[in-house]
Design a protein around this ligand. Structure first.
Ligand SMILES: [Zn+2]
Ligand SMILES: [Zn+2]
Length: 321
């Protein structure tokens, strides 16, 4: 199974500014310390090998969109239609040109703007030969998609899209066979609810997509169901929007979780990898990198037996399970 992150930012898409790029270049020049590079390849090797990620790269700014590439029935498998789905659509077209099926199985965590806003810009939705099956725990999913394209908000109506678009209602607690994977569904704590999905491929590899869900550090006893859902997963993609300090102070009841709570639940579940996800739009690359490093330290301090590898998701990250 290959998991591709097309959008990792929470709540609102963000872009790097001229000022932030300037800061990265300045820090890179200082680190290079007058060194000369023969070509772009040599410079890239320096960036990858000697600069930290916040200097040499960026976590990115597109909102939630994750692709699960399993050796399944040949359809595309996608989680959420955040703004990252525009870029995914471009990639899908190039793979379709090489013979990939034009079938998309999409799993919706919920219907907030940052999770549906990429759909009007999703190229395959305009392809009359494409079939898009939108799976959701929400009975009002179709209404949400249609409403964001009403004339007052958007010039292209939902009915103008040429793909065959279907909506399928999934029930929490059930296991479905979709796209050649077993898909389990869990209801989560969030405004107007959200749903988590657990994908298991034919080789037994498991990825859990669990975003926009508030787990509270002082009510961990209530999190057994979540730990059971994450149980021994090869990868858990978890909403870790806030640092613990933010999560327990001013952002309590905002419907999101912290890096610390996510690590605690993953330890309880004996999961193998955690991807920090749904990054707070106010956080700079340096802030997110600091949170990632703190998360790794906290994991080492609280580890029981099996180590949990803590990744920090960024737009373009690929994780092979
Ligand atoms: Zn969100
Ligand atoms: Zn939300």
């Amino acid at each position: 199974m290959l998991v591709r992150f097309w959008g990792t930012r929470g709540s609102l898409a963000v872009a790097q500014t001229a000022r932030s790029v300037r800061g990265k270049i300045a820090r890179a020049l200082i680190a290079a310390d007058g060194r000369k590079f023969a070509d772009e390849e040599a410079a890239a090797a320096f960036i990858d090998g000697e600069l930290d990620f916040a200097t040499g790269g960026t976590y990115g700014g597109a909102t939630t969109c994750i692709e699960i590439e399993a050796d399944g029935d040949g359809s595309f498998m996608l989680c959420d239609f955040g703004t990252g789905s525009r870029e995914f659509g471009i990639s899908a077209f190039s793979r379709i040109a090489q013979g990939h099926a034009r079938i998309f199985n999409v799993f919706m965590s919920h219907l907030h703007w940052d999770h549906i806003g990429g759909f009007p810009f999703f190229g395959p939705a305009f392809d009359p030969n494409a079939r898009i099956i939108i799976h959701s725990g929400h009975p009002d999913v179709e209404e949400a998609f249609r409403r964001q394209q009403e004339e007052i908000s958007f010039p292209v109506a939902f009915d103008w899209m040429r793909a065959k678009i279907e909506f399928v209602h999934l029930k929490p607690g059930e296991t479905y066979k979709i796209g050649g994977c077993d898909v389990d569904v869990m209801e989560q704590h969030h405004s107007h609810k959200s749903y988590g999905y657990r994908f298991t491929d034919r080789y037994g590899k498991t990825a859990v997509f669990s975003t926009d869900s508030e787990h509270k550090i002082d009510s961990m006893e209530g999190e057994e169901d979540v730990a059971a859902f994450f149980r021994e997963a090869d990868l858990v993609i978890c909403d870790t929007m806030y640092s613990l300090a933010d999560a327990v102070s001013m952002k309590e009841d905002w419907g999101h979780s912290s890096n610390i709570v996510a690590i605690d639940i993953c330890h309880e579940a004996e999961a193998k990898r955690l991807a920090l996800f749904h990054h707070e739009p106010i956080y700079s690359d340096e802030d997110i990198q600091r949170m990632h490093r703190e998360s790794i330290r906290y994991e080492e301090l609280t580890r029981r037996e099996q180590p949990l590898e803590v990744l920090c998701a960024y737009d373009g990250l690929e994780v092979r399970l």
